[in-house]
Design a protein around this ligand. Sequence first.
Ligand code: 3NM
Length: 519
Amino acid sequence: MVEKQPIDYSLYLVTDSTPAILGDKDLVSVVRAAVEGGVTIVQLRDKKSDTGELVRIAKELHKVTKPAGVPLLINDRVDMALAAGVEGVHVGQDDLNLTTARRLLGPDAIIGVTANSEKEALQAARDGADYLGIGTVYATPTKENTKSIIGTSGVQQILTSLASDGHDVKTVCIGGINHGNAQRVLYQTASPSKRLDGLAVVSAIMASNDPREAAISLRKLIVQPPPFATTVHKPTLSPEDLIVKIPEVIKQMASKKPLCHNMTNLVVQNFAANVAIAIGSSPIMSNNGLEAPNLAALGGSLVINMGTTTPEIRSNHLKALAAYNAVGGPTLLDPVGAGATQQRRDGVKALLAGGYFDVIKGNEGEIRTASGAQGVKQHGVDSGASQLSLEEKVTLVKGTAARERNVVLMTGPSDVVSDGERTFIIENGHQLLGEITGSGCALGTTIASVMAVHREDKLLAAIAGIVMYEIAAERAAARQDVKGPGTFVPAFIDELYLIRQESLQGDSRWAAAFKVKSA
Ligand code: 3NM
């Protein structure tokens, strides 16, 4: 065994020799290419070959990894690790236990353990594992008999729990990690107290026709923050700051006229487009995911609204989300009716697992569903009777935003909005907004339009959008010519337009009507 040194876990390759993954490529050549491309640690995982053959393969691989200073571990088999003289083993929960493996291999061997839950992770850390392989993050065809799918939130929970128990054990995560999600997984799994040391992949490298390039590009992604991570530090915001900043942010939007790409439901397309024009952004209503990369390149933002959704629409949503995430274009999810049907509950899960949303905006039922609460019953797209006190809403919104590392907005008589650190309650608006279709959806369009130009603080962008929108509603409702929902709609669009004009002229008096308090 070689002497134990600090190990770089950042790009951890797990091999797979099955035809479905490796194809007709040669295992040793693939590993060589991957090592050249920059994988930092390799695990030989082969559940089929017999012992003699495995030792031979391990020795072949070791000739590639050792000169490169890349540790080689064997999945499961302590005997083979000893026979081949490699750097260590990785054991699953059903394999030989860690304490025995340590006794056999000695203190210098690298021993990693699979952990699917906080309990398993804490146990392995206490027993002296060098690192944990946390998973399964996402369902993967590479290994079908995995235990539960824990997503980024499950990984984050395990990291938090390890940190609060005082463990500095190294960690990687595994399951469905690829070039499309590597940066987001690192970003969204991080808790304030502990972050992953690396990512473990099988198919992203082993199934690639160019494993060297696959490793090079994964390494590049791993060392850079994702393009959407723009709120680097979160400045404090007091209500006094907000009253000054909100009109400035609205002016910034109205003068830049950003593109706001709406993938929204067929009930509100026309209304949302009119709202976008009134506030000073430039709407495009496209549900075609294939044109999203072109649109994302124009520097605007994306609204994904789940109303009137279908499986085909969902696949378009995922394509568009990936396109905007790739360039850091701000994204907003409106999980309309998320708690109403199984299709929509599954839809929210798929979207949250499929990409990053800068803002998730919904009513109480929708945000509870997005947060993972079970048994939320929504009657259609309405929130239904409130189940939560204001204090509980604040806790839920703040916790969900901290978990997703984004901004979460729960609308209602009091809107609650948070980025996980800063939380505000907004009490503007008018009940006539609840008497027309699409008022929630067009609020999403408004917030996304503001975010398109104000990326440095997306919480501030969201608050500015809400305040503009809700003060316009108050002003419209107070007008003599407004007699009810029918006359409210045109008056509301006029007031949005007027607030935009006032802001452009530097007249910020409209914002004095804001009712925002820090929670
Ligand atoms: N272990 P891919 S998931 C080997 O959850 C392995 O413990 C897992 O393959 C676990 O990177 C997995 O192709 C396969 O998704 C990961």
